[in-house]
Write a protein that binds this ligand. Structure first.
Ligand code: ADP
Ligand code: ADP
Length: 230
């Protein structure tokens, strides 16, 4: 079974704009899927629909538990990284990462929580900056904090909407390498929106090419099969 099945999803916004037309898409466990296409072809709308931030006008989104069972949605097993790292400016780096932890688990064990925050920051090379404030970090470092925050609750699905769009090319290339490493280690199912064909080819197991007016899937390119877990 795929983990997500999108069945002829349409989206018409209240102002009449048709953002998506009859989109069918299956997402398999462990895929790194890039969505590319011109501005306005519905990439963000599709991602937000999967994140349950936008309802489809028609069509269905089905979720599977990785096996044969249907589930309601990914819920807290889903993490979303936006282009803007959206860190809380008044909170230190470790507190920003802590925000993403499930409240019940937060209460569980303080030293465990601290260890997990440290591990998450260490993974993105920022363990030394746990006590810094966001303003003391570069744009690339802030994006890495944002990725650490997305990964700390061990999501089953990672959604990223042009995460590196605002960064210079050098920083972007470094983060691409980090993302490949994290993705390979975790075999994390990822949907990644980008304008960069280079980035899509470099990072993805499969590329979905979208077209505009109305937004739809034009074609797909399989780069590599997703690696099985263990
Ligand atoms: P992309 O991410 O590929 O640039 P979007 O998903 O942001 O495309 O937008 C797809 C289309 O839907 C565009 O024409 C955009 O202007 C329109 N759109 C997006 N959000 C809204 C909204 N809230 N209300 C009306 N139109 C919208
Ligand atoms: P990135 O953080 O992605 O490297 P930049 O290249 O803009 O973004 O980094 C700006 C500055 O921050 C550089 O001087 C870089 O050496 C420093 N820097 C970035 N990451 C670290 C790190 N993990 N440890 C120490 N300094 C860092």
């Amino acid at each position: 079974h795929p983990v997500i099945q999108i069945l002829s999803a349409n989206k018409i916004f209240p102002n009449g704009t048709q953002a998506l037309d009859a989109v069918d898409l299956n997402v398999q466990q462990g895929e790194f899927l890039s969505l590319i296409g011109p501005s306005g072809c519905g990439k963000s709308t599709l991602l937000k629909m999967i994140a349950n931030l936008i309802e489809p006008t028609d069509g269905r989104i089905l979720w599977w538990n990785g096996g044969p069972e249907r589930i309601g949605s990914a819920g807290s097993r889903l993490a979303f990284v936006f282009q803007d790292p959206t860190l809380m400016p008044w909170a230190r780096v470790d507190a920003n990462v802590r925000l993403a932890l499930d409240l019940e688990r937060k209460g569980a064990d303080k030293s465990d929580v601290a260890a997990r925050i440290h591990a998450a920051l260490d993974q993105v090379g920022l363990a030394k900056f746990a006590r810094s404030y966001p303003r003391e970090l570069s744009g690339g470092m802030r994006m890495r904090v944002s990725i650490a925050r997305a990964l700390i609750d061990q999501p089953d699905l990672l959604l990223m909407d042009e995460p590196f769009g605002a960064l210079d090319e050098f920083t972007r290339n470094k983060l691409d390498l980090d993302l490949v490493r994290l993705s390979w280690e975790r075999r994390l199912t990822t949907l990644f929106v980008t304008h960069s064909i280079y980035e899509a080819v470099f990072l993805s197991t499969r590329i979905i090419v979208m077209a505009a007016n109305p937004g739809r899937i034009h074609s797909e390119l399989v780069i590599d099969e997703p690696q099985p877990r263990d």
